[in-house]
Structures are given as structure tokens and as C-alpha cells.
Design a binder for this molecule. Structure first.
Ligand SMILES: *Cc1c(COP(=O)(O)O)cnc(C)c1O
Length: 331
């Protein structure tokens, strides 16, 4: 059966590196949304906890319930308020119109829109929304923002940083105990050091990917196992549509991983390479692909950037699509 290997040492190494940069494990908010970016949250979250991480961020309440009790602080980023909020989680306020929909007593972090214009409230609305939240019996415990271009070399990152600085000054006057956070992986790794008064939300860098730090180590590798072998004779082709034909007799095998497992479908055009540099041959099927016979087990990728670049996307998308049904093992 196809499987995913998670390298525990690599993950610990990355978290230690990020914690050093952030000023300690206690200043990391590990973003574990979407099954820890496709890696496997059930296996990685306990490692983060054992290293001293006590704050994580997730997509929704369903994800949070799965890790309930493991961390004292769980921030839910994409919750639609419905009165069913729990006191053991913290919810992001994405839209000020939704304030009255939260259950009384709920803990909130206000999203400040400093320029991404995806969600949150503007700087001018901070005092009013804070006051409204208090009046509704909600507990505002922090404010945060998200950068639209932390990984791009233009001025927007600095403009947003400056706006958040102003937001922090305003917020400080409202309540000196509020928590602040703005940096994601790219922002943390490109800055000299994290502001003294901030936590930071690290996602992808935990798993070994960043153009700002070459010392991170990839955590995930994806393996497939052999289903069948044969000699493809000169002139014969393999797979749907016969997209690959042998120019001479070659030993090929079919392995048990396909687009139903969360991979993009390779349509047989171009050169898509496995971890050892061998090419996929012919179109990928729903549950399998073929290539030169490489023995019983083959590493499909240990660096998602190879597939990301082939499919003109980002490594986030390659990783997060990996089916949660593929067995994960820690090693
Ligand atoms: C996903 C996400 C992050 C993590 O971003 P990375 O680039 O993976 O570090 C941080 N903050 C918010 C609001 C997010 O949605």
C-alpha cells in the first residue's frame, strides 16, 4: 500500500530552528490546518507539544475537536459563528457583522485588515469593534493580521507591517493584555528577529519549505508500492490513451498511487520525475501510475517542489491535497 513517511528528526529540527528565530517555543503558533498541510496532524501535533509548543491554529471547529485537550490554546481561523462556540477554543473574528452571532463568553482574536483585504476589520474600526465585543460579553484576547506578500519583494509587506504597528498601539490602549501576531513562515524567516511583543503563526516552514532558509529539512516523503510488472515490448504502449510507447523492450512496473490519492493527474505529456529522477510513463490512472521497474517500493517525492513546478502551482497545494487516507508513519 502507498504510504507517507514523516521524518521526526527533521520536524524537530525545523521547529527548534523556528523557535530560535521567534524567541522560544512558547512564541510559536503552529498552524496545523488541513491535516498539518497534508502531512498528518495526529502524528506531528504531539511532537510539537513535547517540544514546548502550547498554541496552535486550525481551520475550523471540527479540526479543533480532534486535538482538543492537547494544547491549552487553539485558534480557529475560519469559523462561521453560530452560537455553538466552545470556551476552550479561540475564534478569529473575520467579519464585524458576525460579532453578535458568537455565543456569550467566547474568546476572540480580531483580524485586522492591513492590506490583504481578504477578511477582518480596518484599523479605524478597532476601538468600536472592541467595545461592541465587550458589550456583547465576548472576550477579545488578541489581534492579528496576515501579509499578502510576505514572500514577495515589494513594499506591501512593509506597508502592512507599519499598519499593524499602529493597530498594536491602539490595541495596547484598549487592553494591555492583548496578544499580537502577524508573521507567517516567510515573514518570520525574512525578518531579523521577531518583535518582542508578538507571537508568530508558522505553517509551511515547519515542514521544511522556505526560500529564506536553506537549513530546514523536508519532513514528508511519499511512497508507492508495486502492483504489477511486465516487459513492455518495443511498439507497445502503457496506460489510458497509450501516451507512452516503448522504443525498445523495457521492464516496467505499475505502482499503487494515483490521482484519487490527492495527486494531480499526470496526463502523459512532458517529463514528470520521481524522487530518483525516473520519469512517469504514460497517463496516471485513478489509483496507479507506471514507470520503469524500480523494485518493490518507489519514492514518488521527498520534495513537493518538483511536482509543484511541473504543475505550475505552489508546494502548499501539492502537500495539502494528499489524501488523509494514505497511511502515515513516523520514522
Ligand atoms: C495558513 C496561515 C498561516 C501560515 O502560513 P505559512 O505561509 O504556511 O506559514 C498563517 N496565518 C494565517 C491566517 C493562515 O491562514
Amino acid at each position: 500500500m502507498a504510504f507517507i513517511r514523516l521524518d521526526q528528526k527533521a520536524y524537530e529540527h525545523n521547529l527548534a530552528l523556528l523557535a530560535k528565530k521567534a524567541g522560544g517555543f512558547h512564541r510559536l503558533i503552529c498552524v496545523f490546518k488541513n491535516n498539518a498541510y497534508g502531512h498528518g496532524v495526529k502524528l506531528l501535533a504531539p511532537i510539537a507539544k513535547s517540544l514546548g509548543v502550547n498554541f496552535i491554529a486550525l481551520k475550523n471547529q471540527q479540526e479543533a475537536l480532534e486535538l482538543q485537550g492537547l494544547f491549552p490554546h487553539i485558534l480557529i481561523l475560519s469559523h462561521r459563528p453560530n452560537g455553538d462556540e466552545r470556551t476552550d477554543f479561540i475564534y478569529a473574528l473575520n467579519d464585524k457583522e458576525d460579532l453578535h452571532k458568537f455565543k456569550k463568553g467566547t474568546s476572540l482574536h480580531l483580524v485586522i485588515d492591513t492590506g490583504m483585504h481578504r477578511n477582518g476589520i480596518s484599523l479605524d474600526e478597532l476601538e468600536e469593534v472592541y467595545q461592541n465585543a465587550c458589550d456583547l460579553g465576548l472576550k477579545v484576547e488578541g489581534i492579528f493580521t496576515h501579509f499578502a506578500g510576505a514572500d514577495e519583494y515589494d513594499s506591501s509587506f512593509f506597508v502592512q507591517k507599519q499598519k499593524f504597528q499602529l493597530a498594536k498601539e491602539k490595541a495596547q490602549k484598549l487592553n494591555p493584555n492583548l496578544l499580537f501576531h502577524s508573521h507567517n513562515s516567510a515573514a518570520l524567516l525574512r525578518c531579523k528577529s521577531l518583535d518582542e511583543d508578538e507571537l508568530c503563526r508558522v505553517g509551511l516552514a515547519q515542514f521544511g519549505y522556505s526560500e529564506y532558509n536553506a537549513n530546514l529539512q523536508k519532513v514528508l516523503s511519499l511512497y508507492a508500492q508495486k502492483l504489477s510488472s511486465r516487459v513492455l515490448q518495443k511498439g507497445q504502449s502503457v496506460g489510458y490513451g497509450g501516451r507512452f510507447s516503448a522504443s525498445k523492450d523495457i521492464a516496467i512496473s505499475t505502482y499503487d498511487l494515483g490521482y484519487a490519492d490527492g495527486l494531480f493527474r499526470f496526463d502523459g505529456t512532458g517529463e514528470l520525475k520521481l524522487a530518483n529522477g525516473e520519469k512517469l510513463l504514460g497517463r496516471m490512472s485513478m489509483d496507479s501510475f507506471s514507470c520503469k521497474d524500480l523494485g518493490d517500493e518507489v519514492c514518488v517525492f521527498n520534495d513537493a517542489r518538483v511536482w509543484a513546478s511541473f504543475f505550475h502551482t505552489i508546494e502548499y497545494e501539492i502537500l495539502v491535497k494528499l489524501s488523509p487516507l494514505i497511511p502515515r508513519i513516523l520514522c
